[in-house]
Design a protein around this ligand. Sequence first.
Ligand code: HEM
Length: 354
Amino acid sequence: MATKNSYIPFSSIVVVVVMISCVNVSQFCYAQNVPIVKGLSWSFYDKSCPEAESIVRKQLKKVFKDDIGQAAGLLRLHFHDCFGCDGSVLLDGSASGPSEQDAPPNLTLRARAFEIINDLRARIHKKCGQVVSCSDIAALAARDSVFLSGGPDYPVPLGRRDGLTFATQNATSANLPSPRSNASVILASLETKKLDATDTVALSGGHTIGLSHCSSFTNRLYPTQDPVMDQTFAKNLKAVCPAATTNATTVLDIRSPDLFDNKYYVDLMNRQGLFTSDQDLYSYSKTKNIVIDFAVNQTLFFEKFFVAMTKMGQLSVLTGSQGEIRANCSVRNSDNKAYLASVVDEDGERLSAF
Ligand code: HEM
């Protein structure tokens, strides 16, 4: 996991001019409003693998037709990879230590999400060779999860390289805030990554899809019920989770659990947010009005979500000659030599593993 990120400075004048020219929320307009890190580009694979994005989208359409829940798993996987978006969360543990996957916040990532990423990698490498990184595939899969669940379509800057190291469990836990944190703690945590209050509220809108285990929110039910929580909502949650440790799941957004929309913010305004970290965004003075703005204006939420995801998706990325392009998203190439040797193709140079 790299430690530094370097944004290309954008003058506010440029941003204002561009925004005025972007009346429609097209992919093109989205792309111009956010600075991108040196080494990433909106057209990175245009020559080396122009099919990469269409392969991801086509395959995910099929996956989600069978189970739309996988969209939430993939969106969360990208978030947990970021704060070093280098594919390190995808690595299995090795002789040099346990993987990021073993860190407590990652234990509830869906196993199927890891399989889907590796399957996408295999499809892309089959078409283009070993040129597209696992971290880029995870970023594209997150975008398509949003779009195919009803959310905005937006471009993703590409060119990330895959990391050679994985974060320690302590670093992972420190980077991923707890659902029991209040808004001020969440804001402070994301501020260290140069994500502001609007970014934080927009990113939390990722909870418009997907599931949570009881253990992530029963602190609000037992031993005493959080007085902020809506009574009927609390009663229904207690039925799903009769004890703090019940092994069951419930939806994050009761109004439209599988749809990427702005109803999560409507939930918060009705005191039906699942986690303290969600609900407190509506109590805290610095974030309350942003919640209201997003609850009444879905287009605004979508725009700010794109901006925040694009910022988050570039945190501590590896580019250029840093890192590597993994032949298998779960294993560093150095741990995978025997496997790679068996799949060197006829010209003896390009490797592709399926
Ligand atoms: C701001 C701090 C955040 C906290 C404290 C947090 C916490 C959590 C927790 C505790 C769960 C449920 C885990 C479980 O019990 O199974 C969860 C699920 C989820 N989170 Fe977050 N999260 C945060 C930010 C984000 C961001 C930025 C995104 C994406 C943009 C995101 C997307 C998701 C999704 C989609 C799920 C559902 C996953 C599934 O159904 O498999 N979260 N989050």
